[in-house]
Write a protein that binds this ligand. Structure first.
Ligand code: ATP
Ligand code: MG
Ligand code: MG
Ligand code: MG
Length: 563
């Protein structure tokens, strides 16, 4: 491509609102432009790079027999209601109405659509297993879109879905996917780890893995050991909480009238033992450490009571503090609770430290006094909490735990029958019995990978792309477009190198040399060929971007040298 004909709007200044280097450089080198928050146009350089990333992904998907399709972005609300996610997905789901006031979503993911497709089309076990994938624009109304393409509200994802008659068949495809993902990220040259993303898998069989690119700007923290293959998302590695229903026997305990909360403020300990799932989470700060208290009951627990219960100086964070919100959606459900590092769950501790406490709100304006955890209800049914810390032995016994930040670029997941059961998608097995499909799903953040590559492959001048993702392999620059020899040799090399199937960018602009070189460094093609003063003698300068090495060669040697 001739640079005079393409669209690479480079910037000299570092854009003020771009916090991380990849975002700054993608703007400065003219790869992307923001349209609105979390929504970007991919300009020619980014589009070429996306195509290269997608090609690698397609090759590895095709190699394991996954079939490319393209499903609709516009998804009827009815499908989401069937799966129960119209409610459950929350504000991240982009909801719209058509002219008849019918509800739709812009697809953030495609479990519902693909399940309904297969439900209608596939009836026999003989057609299983089947894996489908697509590369498509997704929509998620992220609370905090940021870092350019890393967290967009509109972004490109590869999502694959597999359908099986048996668990063994799912395991087989899942393992093939893990291998395909490993191949993809290895081919992309990314420094990544496959991490366990499910607490249930510590010591058990894994049902989900995330692929994390190690990077300081990553929003996830990974616990891993250098001497083993163990790696887990810290959120999952750190805390596992099982809620079990506690049998609470309040018979024989004394009741006191406590109209409203105020009447028990002077009680030295407080505990709410309403025998329901924990539904309230409070976050406190003790010294510099965040402490999460899981409370039962849906009424306010004020900090005085908790201060006394915990015997610590507590500073209550805002109830709607982000952390509280993060926790809020998980509390009350069975399964793992996601917690950032430094956060401790002390429900267990808080409960154990209580003697002759007060338990309340089982009845309006009434509390029980002299409640003793362990005597009146079983403590160990509250929570089973595990932490992992730097320096701990790795759970597989090999080496010690380290932490690192990571960018989630891929995620593979055994769904089981979650969607096929709720959406009644069944096939007939060998004995003619209807069974729900066993499913897996597998995502890759295509546009996020572009940013992850940008973060990894750069120096102070601009990008330093490796061969497999670079928009252009070779950048030919005719320094002075008023010099006929330089123009002619530039043209000649451009054509010759292109004929060897390299992607070549030819800087034929009537710009100053300084501008051309600065732009070339920003754009970051692996090889730059400068056609300058020695053009008449047929001599050019080659610069290798990643090593900075330069040398002069005759034009005839160029193709051999770049091979
Ligand atoms: P995150 O934890 O970063 O929010 P996620 O777990 O919600 O991601 P998945 O539902 O697992 O994402 O989607 C599959 C892949 O899509 C992710 O692994 C990631 O690479 C990519 N992805 C998810 N959300 C975004 C986004 N807002 N912008 C760009 N890529 C994204
Ligand atoms: Mg997300
Ligand atoms: Mg995630
Ligand atoms: Mg994920």
């Amino acid at each position: 491509m001739k640079q005079s004909k393409t669209f690479i709007p480079t910037l000299r200044e570092v854009p003020a609102d771009a916090e991380v280097i990849s975002h700054q450089l993608l703007l400065r080198a003219g790869f992307i432009r923001q349209n609105t928050s979390g929504v970007y146009s991919y300009l020619p350089l980014a589009k070429k790079m996306l195509t290269k990333i997608e090609t690698i992904v397609r090759e590895e998907m095709d190699a394991i027999g996954s079939n490319e399709i393209l499903m609709p972005t516009l998804q009827a609300a009815e499908l989401w209601q069937e799966s129960g996610r119209w409610e459950a997905y929350g504000p991240e789901l982009m909801r719209i109405k058509d002219r008849n006031n019918r509800d739709f979503a812009l697809g953030p993911t495609h479990e519902e659509v693909v399940t309904s497709l297969i439900r209608d089309e596939l009836k026999s076990y003989k057609k299983l297993p089947l894996t489908l994938y697509q590369i498509q624009t997704k929509f998620r109304d992220e609370k905090r879109p940021r870092f350019g393409l890393l967290r967009g509200r509109e972004f490109i994802m590869k999502d694959a879905y597999s359908f099986h008659a048996t668990e063994e068949s799912l395991d087989e495809t899942y393992n093939e996917m893990v291998q395909a993902y490993t191949n993809i990220f290895t081919r992309l040259g990314l420094n990544f780890r496959a991490v366990i993303a499910d607490s249930g898998s510590i010591g058990g069989t894994a049902g989900t893995h995330e692929f994390m690119v190690l990077s300081d700007i990553g929003e996830d923290t990974i616990a891993f050991s250098d001497s083993s293959s163990y790696a887990a998302n810290i959120e999952m590695a750190e805390v596992k909480i099982d809620y079990k229903q506690s049998e609470v026997d309040m018979k024989g305990l004394e009741k006191v009238a406590t109209p409203g909360q105020k009447t028990i403020e002077d009680v030295s300990t407080f505990l709410d033992v309403v025998p329901e799932n924990i539904i309230k989470t409070l976050v406190f700060k003790i010294d510099e450490e965040l402490v999460v208290v899981l409370a039962r009951g849906d009424h306010e627990i004020n900090d005085i009571k908790l201060k006394n219960a915990l015997g610590a100086e507590l500073v209550e964070l805002a109830e709607d503090a982000e952390i509280n919100e993060l926790l809020g959606s998980h509390v009350g459900s069975l399964g793992p609770v996601k917690l950032p590092i430094g956060v401790k769950v002390i429900a267990d501790h808080a409960i154990k430290s209580i003697s002759n406490g007060v338990a309340g709100a089982n009845e309006d304006d009434v509390h029980y006094i002299n409640v003793n955890p362990g005597r009146d209800f079983a403590i160990d049914t509250y929570a089973d909490i595990r932490f992992i810390q730097v320096g701990d032995p790795s759970p597989d016994g090999k080496g010690v735990i380290k932490f690192a930040e990571g960018i989630e670029v891929g995620h593979v997941f055994k769904l089981g029958t979650k969607y096929s059961e709720s959406m009644k998608a069944t096939f007939l097995d060998e004995n003619g019995r209807a069974k729900p499909f066993i499913m897996g799903c597998y995502g890759i953040g295509i546009s996020r990978i572009l940013s992850a590559c940008a973060e990894q492959y750069q120096d102070s001048y601009g990008f330093v792309w490796p061969k497999q993702v670079t928009p252009y392999d070779v950048h030919v620059i005719s320094v002075n477009m008023k010099d006929e020899d330089q123009v002619a040799l530039g043209e000649e090399l451009y054509k010759t190198i292109k004929s060897y199937r390299y992607d070549v960018l030819f800087d034929d602009r009537a710009e100053r040399a300084g501008v051309k070189f600065t732009d070339a460094d920003l754009i970051g093609s692996p090889i730059r060929i400068t056609v300058g003063k020695k053009a008449a003698e047929g001599i050019v300068e080659v610069k290798v971007r990643h090593s900075g090495e330069t040398f002069e060669i005759a034009k005839e040697e160029v193709v051999d040298r770049i091979n």
